[in-house]
Structures are given as structure tokens and as C-alpha cells.
Ligand binder design. Structure first.
Ligand code: NAD
Length: 276
């Protein structure tokens, strides 16, 4: 038996994090697309890791429970890396809410029931959640605490209140941040920690879809005009995750970390500020 890492979303960010913290552990790689899970598991196994690919759709509780059951066959689940998600150019509003908002909430809830003492999780949110105006205490509390099966029934998430896929994505990512705070309290009762990371533009297949999508120029302008002047890499996100998931991060839980090359700062107080 080994310590078990659950990795959901076999993308560049998830793999970069798993490579930092997964050595010597059993890594269950779950992705909606088995081919993606297989590709990441193969790359990792050929680099000395012990990874097992399986199908997992985080928008289904049953599929999440199946992932957990698979993990438990190999040992105690000590780490969760959630990097599964769909972007505004990849999916319609309904799918974004189902995967990025509901799916993430269910995953944090279910893994929180089984995470080992001393365990740690990270979920990948986004800078997008930081761009939206504050929603107020009442809505924040709803996003944080509403039972998972009722989340998508919230008034604020109804189709008439969601403008477009970007808005749905922002709501999902804002919800992730609040949900992490709520769940960190529960995870803490088990001696475990949970945080989120909100990356800016990171070069991955998801971001490349965005560069080539209807908002391509918007994205290219964003990294050109942010203080760093470039997009980031998955390995830079993994630097933050490694801190959060190691003992050096032992006092950090229930928090969100923005890593965006300063794009959000520029959006509020610099050249990326939207024209009135
Ligand atoms: N790349 C960026 O610029 C960027 C910026 C901010 C946030 N993010 C977030 O990072 C996360 C990972 O994105 P990435 O850039 O590594 O993308 P990626 O495309 O490399 O990987 C995402 C993976 O998630 C999988 N996936 C999609 N829906 C799923 C579902 N329902 N269940 C399980 N797996 C599913 C996809 O098949 C894919 O393999 C996402 O949540 C995304 O919103 C990315």
C-alpha cells in the first residue's frame, strides 16, 4: 500500500503539480477523456512515477465516488489535485456551471470525507473570479455553503442571470474560492488542508483554445499589458502548489492564491483597466 494522490483533469497544470508532489505515491489520474488520462499517466510512468489512468467526470458524483474507491484500493488518500475544468471558449454556460462550479464543489465535499490526517488538496480556480465585482455577503455565503445538490438551483446561477460563458466561468471560479473556505473548515476537522490557486493565462491546450477562440485578441492583449508581459507556465503554477502542499505550507488553508503576472493589478489600476 502507498499514499494515494487523486489527480482530476489530466492537463498540463495538473501534471506539473503531480510531478512535484507525487513521487513515491500512487497517482490516480482521472479525466473525462480517457486518452488524456492515459497520455499523462504514460508520460509520468516513463519518468519514474506510479500513475494509473481512469475515466472520471467530475460533474458526476458517481464518477467521483468511483475515483475515490479506486484510490482507496491502493492506500490512504493523502493528496487531491483538481485541475479538471472547461473554459469559456470550450463549453456552453450549462456545462461550465456543471463542471467548474458544481463538479468542483462535489469533489471537495466527497474527498473531504475520506482525506487522510495530514492530507492536503489544491483546486485550480482562475484569475477570472478576481475580475468580477464583489457579489456581497449574502451571495458569497450561498456559494460557499449551499448543499451541493442545490447549488445549481441558486437564483444567481439561473440562465436569465448569466450573461454569457465568460460570466458563467467567473461565477464558477468565485464559487470555487468560497467553497474552498467552507470546505477547509471541514477538512481541518480531519487535520487536512485545502487551498485554491487562481492562475492567469498559462500556456496549455485550454489557453490555446482561448487564444484561437472569439476572445483571442482580448487574451493576447491581456498578457502583453500585464506587468510580467507574458503568459505563465504550468510549472510556475506548480511552484505555488508545491509550497501549499508541503510542510512549508502547514499554516496555509482555506486561501486562494492569485498567480497572474500582475494582470489583475493592471486590470484595476493599469493599462488593462476597462474603458468607462
Ligand atoms: N490555462 C489557463 O490559462 C488557465 C487559467 C486559469 C485557470 N485555468 C484552470 O486550470 C484548470 C486546468 O486547465 P488547464 O489549462 O491545465 O487545461 P487542460 O485543457 O490542459 O486540462 C484540463 C483537463 O480537464 C479535463 N476535463 C474537462 N472536463 C472534465 C470533467 N468534467 N471531468 C474530468 N476532467 C475534465 C479535460 O479533458 C482536460 O484534460 C481549469 O480549471 C482551468 O479553468 C487555466
Amino acid at each position: 500500500m502507498k499514499e494515494v494522490v487523486l489527480l482530476t483533469g489530466a492537463g498540463q497544470i495538473g501534471m506539473a503539480i503531480a510531478r512535484r508532489i507525487g513521487y513515491g505515491k500512487k497517482i490516480i489520474v482521472g479525466d473525462k477523456k480517457l486518452t488524456n488520462a492515459e497520455m499523462v499517466a504514460k508520460t509520468m510512468n516513463e519518468a519514474g512515477f506510479d500513475a494509473l489512468p481512469i475515466v472520471c467526470d467530475i460533474s458526476s458524483r458517481e464518477s467521483i465516488l468511483n475515483l475515490i474507491a479506486e484510490g482507496q484500493k491502493h492506500g490512504d488518500i493523502t493528496c487531491l489535485i483538481n485541475s479538471a475544468g472547461v473554459s469559456p471558449s470550450q463549453a456552453p454556460v450549462e456545462a461550465i456551471l456543471k463542471v467548474d462550479l458544481y463538479g468542483t464543489a462535489v469533489l471537495l465535499e466527497e474527498v473531504g470525507k475520506v482525506i487522510a490526517r495530514g492530507g492536503v488538496g489544491v483546486t485550480i480556480s482562475s484569475q477570472s473570479g478576481h475580475r468580477m465585482p464583489q457579489l456581497g455577503n449574502a451571495i458569497d455565503e450561498q456559494l460557499a455553503t449551499t448543499p451541493t445538490e442545490d447549488l445549481l438551483k441558486l437564483e444567481v446561477l439561473q440562465p436569465e442571470n448569466i450573461r454569457d460563458t465568460l460570466h458563467a466561468y467567473q461565477m464558477a471560479k468565485r464559487c470555487n474560492e468560497k467553497r474552498v473556505m467552507f470546505e477547509a473548515v471541514r477538512w481541518g476537522e480531519r487535520g487536512a488542508r485545502l487551498n485554491s490557486i487562481s492562475p492567469g493565462i498559462i500556456v496549455t491546450p485550454l489557453a490555446i483554445d482561448e487564444f484561437n477562440g472569439p476572445r483571442g485578441d482580448f487574451y493576447k492583449n491581456m498578457f502583453a499589458k500585464c506587468p510580467a508581459g507574458r503568459p505563465g507556465t504550468a510549472d510556475e503554477v506548480a511552484n505555488v502548489a508545491e509550497l501549499l502542499m508541503s510542510d512549508k505550507g502547514a499554516f496555509i488553508t482555506g486561501a486562494d492564491f492569485l498567480i497572474d503576472g500582475g494582470a489583475t493589478a493592471s486590470y484595476y489600476y493599469g493599462p488593462l483597466k476597462p474603458k468607462e
